[in-house]
Ligand binder design. Structure first.
Ligand SMILES: [Fe+2]
Ligand SMILES: [Fe+2]
Length: 502
C-alpha cells in the first residue's frame, strides 16, 4: 500500500542519529551548531511552515527553471537588451558583481545547516536551501554569460569577488562574517531572518518592479524567481529565534541589532542608488525610503514585537539615516567612479532633483549644494575637479566610507581603541557593533589600512586602481558622459559657482 505524504513526512524529516562511537558534542560541536546554552531537547520544538518534500521540491523547482529559461531565451533572441536605458543596465552590473558570489557563499552556509544544525528538521530544510542557492548562482552566471558579448562588465559576475575592488570587499566582509564565519544559530538570525526574510525584498521585489518597468523583463523575471526560494528558506530564522528567546534572549537581541544595522548600510550602498538614481525617473515605482518603511521597518517592528524583543537602541538614528545614508553613498560612489566596475548615473537632472526633493525634503540642503559644485565644474569644462585624487577614510566595521551614514552636517569622529590600536567608524552605531566583539572585527584591515601599510604600490590612485583589478574597459565613468549637466549651463555655457551660505 502506498503511504500518503502525511504518513511518512514527520519520520522522513526527523530522522536522527544515535551515536555509539563518539559523543554528540564531538559530532555537533557548539562552535559550529551555535547551540551552546540551549538544552538538547529544546530543539524538538523547531518547526517551520513549508513542510516541503524532496519530490515536491524538484517538481516545483523544475517548473520555475523552465519558466525563467523560456523568458530568457525569447528575450535574448529578440535583442531587448540593446534597447535598455544605460543607467538601468548599470544597476544590473552592480547587482551581478556584488550578488552572484554571495549566492555561492550562501551554498556553504546552507551546507553548514545540513551538517551541523542542532535538529534534523532544520538539517533537512537546509538541503533545499543549499539547492536553492546553487540555482541562484547558476541563474546569475547564465544571465551574465548571455550578455557578456554586449559588455565586459558582466564578467564581474564571477570576477568581482576575486578582486580587491573596495565595494566588493565591503560586501564580502559582511557575508564572510554572517554566512561563512557564523555558527548555525547566528547565521539563521543574521542571514536567514534579517537579510533573506527582510532586506532581500528590496533587491528582489522593489528592484524587480523597477526592472520590469524599465523593460528588462529578463532580469526582473530572474529576480522574482529567486525571491520565491528566499521566502521559503528564510523561514529557518523564525523557529531558531523562538528557541533562543526561551534560553538566551540577550544573545538574540544583540545578534539581530548588529545584523540589522550592517544590512542597512549595505543596502544603502547597493540598492539605494540603484532605485533612487539609476532607475530612469519615469520608471521608478517607489523611493528607496518608502520601500524601506513599508517592507523593512514595518516588517522588523512586527518580528521584534511578536518575539518579545526590543527595538534596537539606535532605532531613531536608523530612521534618520533613511533620509541620508544612500544619498551620501551615491554622491560618494559617483565621485570615486574610477573605483567602480559599473557606470554610475548622477541622476540629478532638474526633473530628477524635483523628485528627490519631494521624496526627501532636505535633499537640496544636504546633497544638492554638493552636486551644484560638481555641475559647475562640469559645465566649466573642469571634469578633472570632479574626480578624486585620494582615497576616502573607511570604517573599520562596515568598510564603507566614513561620512556616508548620515549627512554632511553630521561628521563627528567615532573611534575605539583596542589592543593599543585606534579604529575609526562611519557612525556611533558601527562603533557599538565593533565594541560588542572587538576581536571578531579588529583583524580586518580596510583598503586605507593596506594603503598606508604599503601593500598597495605605487602609493597613488593609479596604484590603488591596479590593486583593485580595475581595468580601463570596465572602470566606472558617468553613464551619460555628463550630458545631463548641460541643462544647468547658462547662455555662455557656464553656471555660476554656488556662493557659501546660499
Ligand atoms: Fe539566494
Ligand atoms: Fe538565500
Amino acid at each position: 500500500m502506498l503511504l500518503t505524504r502525511d504518513d511518512w513526512y514527520e519520520t522522513s524529516r526527523d530522522l536522527d542519529w544515535t551515536f555509539t562511537a563518539v559523543d554528540r558534542d564531538e559530532a555537533f560541536p557548539t562552535s559550529w551548531s551555535g547551540a551552546a546554552g540551549v538544552p538538547e531537547d529544546a530543539w524538538q520544538g523547531w518547526e517551520e511552515p513549508f513542510r516541503v518534500s524532496y519530490r515536491d521540491y524538484v517538481r516545483i523547482q523544475r517548473d520555475k527553471e523552465a519558466g525563467v529559461k523560456a523568458v530568457s531565451n525569447a528575450l535574448v533572441r529578440a535583442g531587448t537588451y540593446e534597447k535598455l536605458d544605460p543607467a538601468h543596465v548599470a544597476a544590473s552590473h552592480l547587482h551581478m558583481g556584488t550578488t552572484c558570489m554571495v549566492e555561492y557563499m550562501a551554498v556553504t552556509m546552507q551546507s553548514r545547516f545540513c551538517r551541523f544544525a542542532p535538529t534534523p528538521k532544520w538539517r533537512n530544510l537546509g538541503v533545499f536551501g543549499m539547492l536553492d542557492e546553487t540555482r541562484h548562482t547558476q541563474l546569475d552566471m547564465r544571465f551574465s554569460h548571455d550578455l557578456l558579448k554586449h559588455d565586459p562588465r558582466f564578467d564581474w559576475t564571477q570576477k568581482a569577488f576575486h578582486t580587491n575592488e573596495w565595494g566588493v570587499l565591503a560586501v564580502k566582509n559582511f557575508f564572510d562574517d554572517i554566512m561563512l564565519n557564523a555558527d548555525c544559530v547566528e547565521a539563521a538570525l543574521a542571514t536567514s531572518l534579517t537579510v533573506e526574510h527582510g532586506f532581500t525584498n528590496i533587491q528582489f521585489v522593489a528592484l524587480a518592479a523597477d526592472a520590469m518597468a524599465a523593460g528588462d523583463i529578463n532580469w526582473s523575471n530572474l529576480l522574482s524567481s529567486i525571491q520565491t526560494d528566499e521566502a521559503r528558506h528564510a523561514q529557518q530564522g523564525f523557529p531558531t529565534l523562538a528557541i533562543l528567546m526561551e534560553h538566551d534572549p540577550q544573545r538574540a537581541q544583540t545578534a539581530l541589532d548588529v545584523a540589522f544595522w550592517r544590512s542597512t548600510r549595505l543596502f544603502q550602498t547597493l540598492t539605494g542608488p540603484a532605485m533612487d538614481y539609476y532607475t530612469p525617473l519615469e520608471q521608478r515605482k517607489t523611493s528607496f525610503k518608502d520601500f524601506m518603511l513599508e517592507w523593512i521597518v514595518n516588517h522588523h517592528e512586527r518580528i521584534l514585537e511578536d518575539y518579545g524583543l526590543k527595538k534596537p537602541w539606535y532605532w531613531d538614528d536608523f530612521m534618520h539615516s533613511l533620509d541620508q545614508g544612500h544619498h551620501a553613498m551615491h554622491i560618494g560612489t559617483w565621485f570615486w567612479r574610477p573605483t567602480l566596475f559599473w557606470k554610475p548615473n548622477a541622476g540629478v537632472s532638474k526633473d530628477e532633483r524635483e523628485w528627490l526633493n519631494a521624496k526627501y525634503p532636505n535633499w537640496d540642503d544636504d546633497y544638492g549644494v554638493m552636486w551644484d559644485q560638481i555641475i559647475a565644474n562640469v559645465n566649466a569644462g573642469d571634469v578633472e575637479k570632479t574626480l578624486p585624487a585620494t582615497l576616502p577614510a573607511l570604517c573599520s566595521l562596515t568598510q564603507l566610507p566614513i561620512g556616508s551614514a548620515f549627512s554632511r552636517h553630521e561628521l563627528a569622529d567615532h573611534h575605539s581603541v583596542h589592543n593599543g590600536q585606534r579604529y575609526h567608524f562611519d557612525s556611533h552605531i558601527s562603533k557599538w557593533c565593533f565594541d560588542q566583539e572587538p576581536d571578531r572585527y579588529a583583524g580586518h584591515k580596510t583598503v586605507v589600512d593596506r594603503f598606508i601599510g604599503g601593500e598597495i604600490q605605487p602609493m597613488d590612485l593609479a596604484g590603488a586602481l591596479a590593486w583593485m583589478g580595475l581595468t580601463p574597459e570596465v572602470m566606472g565613468d558617468d553613464v551619460y558622459g555628463y550630458r545631463w549637466a548641460a541643462e544647468y549651463a547658462s547662455a555662455n555655457g557656464r553656471v555660476p559657482l554656488p556662493v557659501a551660505g546660499d
